[in-house]
Ligand binder design. Structure first.
Ligand code: TRP
Length: 353
């Protein structure tokens, strides 16, 4: 019997993580870990990343340790959370194979998340079968570790919903075997997705509008200094707009009045906004405040990250240990699944009876 709720989160290793991931998912991930209420598992979903990158395995290979280091740098503690690599945990593919029979092609094609991703990638009918079926393999990821709780962004809800259908179909046909998972929305969904530095849509690696957790301090300064503010705020004395001004969006997301009072001549974020609206407050000055805020968050992350960057052997050991542990758990779930399905002939003493 497990006495703590199991959490499973996953990440496709297609790029290093940025402050949008931090505010949206990682910070909550660390909080849940430290609450002591859960047993967290983090899956680096390299196999899922290959479903739309089959021709570019180098990209995934290059980002495996990056994503692992990012997680550890923000406070994931390998003595509490287990981090593993999906491709190492081969029973996941076998589970996927059996779950595949419990969904129809029509149902897969109706999944709004997959539909949107297919459209964005311009696949049409030429979608790789592996990509169309990734919700099935993700259901294997989740059920293999008997996960109760799956923290995800809003866009992933239909994938979890499809997973819950597979679980309920499996349990109906073969008897109560799989744990029914529940999605929990991450903070990005609750408080808005963090827009990019240029104010264009969401922060994303492919748009080049990110601050990465691994960026050095000069890069952070330079990126913030070139952030999108209010294009009509030309002279310091001009009244400025706060809405749609990325510096204020980020201040709202990353700091609070207590810190503002400590690091600036203002007492609250609102006081800064009022001054900016009135006129007489320049962009450079608000950017300097934001730089201070971001460095206070990123410096400890950067320092911790450097330890792993300089000790890849340690990183590999953490990943290998976590992957082996997850392999064991997935193996025992697979045995349970095959027993339930009655396809365990050589381990079944009743088979010849
Ligand atoms: N599909 C998720 C994403 O793109 C990644 C993922 C893979 C995942 N396996 C998972 C998320 C299991 C939660 C649970 O972000």
């Amino acid at each position: 019997m497990k006495n703590k709720l199991r959490i499973l989160t996953g990440e496709r290793p297609t790029g290093c993580l940025h402050i949008g991931h931090y505010i949206g998912a990682l910070r909550q991930r660390v909080e849940m870990q430290n609450s002591g209420k859960y047993e967290p598992f983090i899956l680096i979903a390299d196999a899922q990343a290959l479903t739309d990158n089959a021709d570019n395995p180098e990209k995934i290979r290059a980002n495996l340790l990056e994503v692992c280091a990012d997680n550890l740098a923000v406070g994931i503690d390998p003595s509490i959370s287990t981090i593993g690599v999906q491709s190492h945990i081969y029973p996941l593919t076998e589970l996927t194979f059996y779950y595949m029979n419990l969904v129809t092609l029509a149902r897969l094609q109706r999944n709004p998340t997959v539909k949107a991703e297919m459209k964005q990638k311009g696949y049409g009918a030429n979608v790789p079968a592996g990509f169309l079926t990734y919700p099935v393999s993700q259901t294997a990821d989740i059920t293999a570790f008997d996960a109760d709780v799956v923290p995800v962004g809003e866009d992933q809800l239909p994938v979890i919903e499809q997973g819950r259908e597979i679980v309920s179909t499996f349990n109906r046909i073969y008897g109560e075997t799989l744990v029914m998972p529940k999605a929990v929305l991450d903070t990005a969904t609750k408080c808005h997705r963090l827009p990019g530095l240029d104010g264009n849509g969401k922060m994303s690696k492919s748009l080049g509008n990110t601050i990465n957790l691994k960026d050095d301090s000069d890069t952070v300064v330079q990126k913030i200094m070139s952030m999108y503010t209010d294009p009509d705020h030309i002279h310091v004395t001009d009244p400025g707009k706060v809405e749609g001004n990325m510096v204020f969006t980020y201040l709202d997301a990353f700091t609070n009045d207590a810190q503002i009072a400590q690091i600036s001549e203002y007492q609250t974020i609102n006081e800064i906004k009022e001054h900016y609206r009135r006129g007489g407050l320049g962009d450079v000055k608000i950017k300097r405040i934001l730089i201070e805020v971001m460095q206070s968050i990123l410096t400890p992350i950067r320092e911790k990250r450097a330890i792993y960057e300089n000790d890849k052997a340690q990183l590999m050991e953490i990943l290998k240990r976590g992957s082996d542990r997850m392999l064991d758990i997935a193996q025992s779930t697979l045995t349970r699944v095959k027993n339930a399905m009655g396809i365990n002939y050589f381990n079944d003493s009743t088979f010849l009876k």
